[in-house]
Write a protein that binds this ligand. Structure first.
Ligand code: F6P
Length: 535
C-alpha cells in the first residue's frame, strides 16, 4: 500500500492549480462538509484546498493518534527523552483515577487546587493581607510557560477580573521589573514566584530584585511572597513559607501548566469559581478529543489542516489572527506551545526528521494586523495560511456595533484571501477612475490580488473562562496530534539549553573576564559592549 505521505504529495501536485473557489463552485454546500462543530465551537476549514480525497489521506496520517492519545491520558511515559508522563490533562480532570507508577494522582491535584482556592479566597477577601492592608496588586514573576499562560488568560478574561490587579514580570531586562513596580505599593503587593524548576536565571534574578524592593518598605518581605514550583526544597531555601507554596509534579510541562498552580495569579484575579469554569472548558475539550471520531475531532482537524499547509504544501509559517483584542497574547502563547513543542529536527527514535518540523507561528489581533502586515498576506510572494479566530458576541452589549464591524472584517479577510481580485477587475476599477492606456495597465497590476490563499476560521460564541479553557486545550491537543504524526516528542525542549549555558559562561566577560577564548565575532562584540558601557 502507498504511504499516505506519498499519496498526499501526488494529490497536491495534481490539484495545485485548482482554485479553492472552484471547490465551492463544484459543491456550494462545501462549508457543511468541511466545518466541524463541537460543544459550541465551530471550526471552518472549507476555505482551504483540502478536498475529500486529501481529507481521507490526511485522516490516514492520524491513524496512530488514538493509541498515543490514550497512552497520554493513561499516564504512560510518552515524554521519552525525559522519562516522564504527560498529564497536564490531570490538572483539569474531574474524576480519577489517573495513575502514574500505579498511583492515582488526581487526589493530589485536587488537594492542591483546594489549597489554592482557600488561599485565593482569603487574599481576595482581605483575610490574608500585606503589611499595609488588603492586597491591591499581585505580581507574577515567571517566564515562558510560567508567564505566557497566565498573562494570556489575564488579558483574555479581563471582564471577569474582580480581585487584586495582576502584573507580570518575565524578562531579565531590569526595565521589565522597574516599569512593573513603578507605582505599586510594596506593602499591599503580593508576589507569586512561578517557576517549575525554581532555577531559571531570569525568574530568580527578578525574584531577588523584587524581594529587595519590597524589603525597603516591608519588615518581612518573605511573608508577602508565594511560590509555585515542582522544587519545594528550593522554594524553602528562598525563604517562602510552605503554607504559601503550591507544588506540582514533573509530568506537567511548563508550557502546559496554566491549569494548575502556575495559574495561581489568574485564580487570584478572577476567583476560584471562574478558574473552575476555565478548567471545565479544558475538560470538555479533553472529553471531545478522547471520544469524537477522528473525522469530527476538532484538535485532529486543526492539526491536519496544519500538516496540509506546512508539510504537504510547504508554506513555512502560520498566522494566528484572533478577531478579539483580549486574545492579544494568544499568538505569543501559541508560539511557545507550538514552536517549543514541535520545533524539533530529530524524531522520537533519534533519527533525522524526514519532514519539516512544526511551522513558524506568528500573529496579532485583527483588525490591527490588517493595517500592518496583511499587505504581505494578500499580495506578497509567499502564501501564509491564516487561522482566524472570531467571537460571535462581545462582552460589551452597548458596543455591539463594534462587534459587528469586527466580525465583518474577519469574514471579509478570509473571503478576500480566497477570491482575490483579477487583473480584469482591477482594470475596470482603474478605467472607472478615468485611467487609460499604459498607465491604466500599470496601476491595475498593483491592485491585483492573486487570491486562492487558504484560511481557517474558529468561531466561538463568547470569550469566557469556559471557552478560553476549550481554546487552550484545543491548541494543546492540536500540537500533540501534529507531534504524533511527525513522530516528534512534543514535550521536551532541549533546544533552549545551549543558549542558557552559554549565557552563564559569557556573563563574567561583561565584568572584565578575559574573552580571548571566544570566537572572533563574540570577542569583538564583547569588546564593543565593554567600550560602550565604559564610554
Ligand atoms: O525556556 C525553556 C523553559 O524551560 C520553558 O519550557 C519553561 O516554560 C520556561 O523555561 C520556564 O521554566 P521554569 O518554569 O522552570 O522557570
Amino acid at each position: 500500500m502507498t504511504d499516505p505521505w506519498s499519496s498526499l504529495a501526488a494529490h497536491r501536485a495534481a490539484t495545485e492549480d485548482r482554485a479553492i473557489a472552484a471547490l465551492f463552485q463544484a459543491d456550494p454546500d462545501r462549508a457543511r462538509g468541511f466545518s466541524t462543530a463541537a460543544d459550541g465551537l465551530l471550526f471552518d476549514w472549507s476555505k482551504t484546498a483540502i478536498d475529500a480525497d486529501a481529507r481521507d489521506l490526511l485522516l490516514a496520517l492520524a491513524a496512530d493518534v488514538p493509541a498515543r492519545r490514550d497512552a497520554m491520558f493513561a499516564g504512560e511515559r510518552i515524554n521519552e527523552t525525559e522519562g516522564r508522563a504527560v498529564l497536564h490533562t490531570a490538572l483539569r480532570a474531574a474524576r480519577g483515577p489517573v495513575t502514574v507508577d500505579g498511583r492515582d494522582v488526581v487526589p493530589d491535584v485536587h488537594d492542591t487546587l483546594d489549597r489554592m482556592r482557600r488561599f485565593a479566597d482569603r487574599i481576595r477577601s482581605g483575610t490574608i493581607s500585606g503589611q499595609g492592608g488588603a492586597y491591591t496588586d499581585v505580581v507574577n514573576i515567571g517566564i515562558g510557560g510560567s508567564d505566557l499562560g497566565p498573562v494570556m488568560a489575564a488579558h483574555a478574561l479581563a471582564p471577569w477580573m474582580d480581585g487584586p490587579r495582576l502584573h507580570f514580570i518575565s524578562n531579565v531586562d531590569g526595565a521589565d521589573a522597574a516599569d512593573t513596580l513603578k507605582g505599586l505599593d510594596p506593602t499591599t503587593t503580593l508576589v507569586v514566584v512561578a517557576s517549575k524548576t525554581f532555577t531559571t536565571i531570569e525568574t530568580m534574578t527578578n525574584a531577588e530584585t523584587v524581594r529587595a524592593w519590597m524589603g525597603r518598605a516591608v519588615r518581612h518581605p518573605a511573608d508577602q511572597f508565594a511560590a509555585v514550583s515542582t522544587a519545594l526544597g528550593r522554594t524553602a531555601q528562598f525563604g517562602i513559607d510552605s503554607d504559601r507554596v503550591f507544588g506540582f509534579a514533573d509530568w506537567v510541562g511548563g508550557r502546559y501548566s496554566v491549569w494548575g498552580p502556575i495559574g495561581l495569579a489568574l485564580m487570584l484575579g478572577i476567583g476560584p469559581d471562574r478558574f473552575d469554569d476555565f478548567l471545565a472548558g479544558g475538560r470538555a475539550m479533553d472529553d471531545h478529543f478522547r471520544t469524537a471520531p477522528l473525522e469530527a475531532n476538532l484538535p485532529v482537524l486543526l492539526a491536519l489542516t496544519g500538516i496540509w499547509h506546512h508539510q504537504v504544501c510547504g508554506y513555512p509559517t502560520r498566522a494566528v489572527l484572533p478577531y478579539a483584542n483580549r486574545l492579544i497574547r494568544l499568538p505569543a502563547y501559541l508560539q511557545q506551545l507550538e514552536m517549543e513543542s514541535n520545533g524539533k529536527r530529530v524524531t522520537m527514535d533519534g533519527a533525522d526528521a524526514v519532514r519539516p518540523s512544526g511551522p513558524i507561528v506568528w500573529g496579532e489581533p485583527g483588525t490591527n494586523g490588517q493595517h500592518a502586515f496583511y499587505q504581505l498576506i494578500h499580495q506578497g510572494t509567499q502564501v501564509v495560511p491564516c487561522e482566524f479566530i472570531a467571537v460571535a458576541q462581545g462582552e460589551e452589549p452597548e458596543l455591539d456595533h463594534h462587534q459587528r464591524l469586527l466580525i465583518a472584517n474577519c469574514l471579509a479577510q478570509s473571503k478576500a484571501l480566497m477570491r482575490g481580485r483579477s487583473l480584469d477587475e482591477a482594470r475596470v476599477l482603474m478605467a472607472d477612475k478615468g485611467l487609460e492606456g499604459a498607465e491604466l495597465d500599470r496601476q491595475a497590476r498593483h491592485r491585483v490580488f492573486p487570491g486562492n490563499r487558504p484560511s481557517t476560521t474558529l468561531l466561538i460564541p463568547r470569550l469566557t473562562p469556559f471557552t478560553l479553557g476549550q481554546i487552550v486545550a484545543l491548541y494543546e491537543h492540536r500540537v500533540f496530534v501534529e507531534g504524533v504524526i511527525l513522530g516528534i516528542n512534543s514535550f521536551d525542549q532541549w533546544g533552549v539549553e545551549l543558549g542558557k549555558e552559554l549565557a552563564l559562561q559569557l556573563a563574567p566577560l561583561l565584568d572584565g573576564a578575559p574573552a580571548e577564548s571566544q570566537d572572533g565575532s563574540t570577542r569583538a562584540l564583547v569588546a564593543a559592549v565593554r567600550s560602550m558601557r565604559e564610554g
